[in-house]
Design a protein around this ligand. Structure first.
Ligand code: HEC
Length: 97
């Protein structure tokens, strides 16, 4: 996808390189539960494709502190890794594929 299209699709909030880094990080640390490319049945594990894109604070808090059956990632992720994960999830939100 050309950069301009991507910027449009994400409201210009994220750099393509950040989203790409987030995608890689996601597949290292999150996809075993949340599914490849965030695709899962959405029954027991939260469907991240539906995560509201205007709730960065909530994203950080849930990932850092853990929630329900999700462990805390406080010691596992650097602030940079958290930021690119949010770029990936926050740029994808609401889209089904
Ligand atoms: C061990 C399985 C597991 C792993 C690994 C995991 N999650 Fe989760 N995640 C869950 C479950 C289960 C929930 C639903 C929690 C609930 O609401 O009870 C969840 C919920 C979430 C939510 C929604 C929280 C909210 O505010 O409602 C976010 C955002 C999230 N995960 C992000 C991530 C990210 C980013 C990673 C990788 C760093 C990750 N998760 C790794 C199991 C996991």
């Amino acid at each position: 996808m050309p950069l301009s299209t991507l910027a449009q699709a994400t409201g210009g909030r994220f750099e393509a390189a950040q989203i790409e880094a987030g995608r890689e990080q996601f597949h290292r640390t999150c996809s075993q539960c949340h599914g490849r490319n965030m695709v899962n049945a959405g029954t027991t594990v939260y469907d991240l494709r539906k995560f509201p894109t205007d709730q960065a604070e909530r994203f950080h808090q849930s990932v850092v502190q853990g929630k329900g059956n999700m462990p805390s990632f406080k010691d596992a992720l650097t602030p940079e890794q958290l930021a690119v994960l949010w770029a990936y999830v926050g740029s994808r939100g609401g889209k089904e594929n």
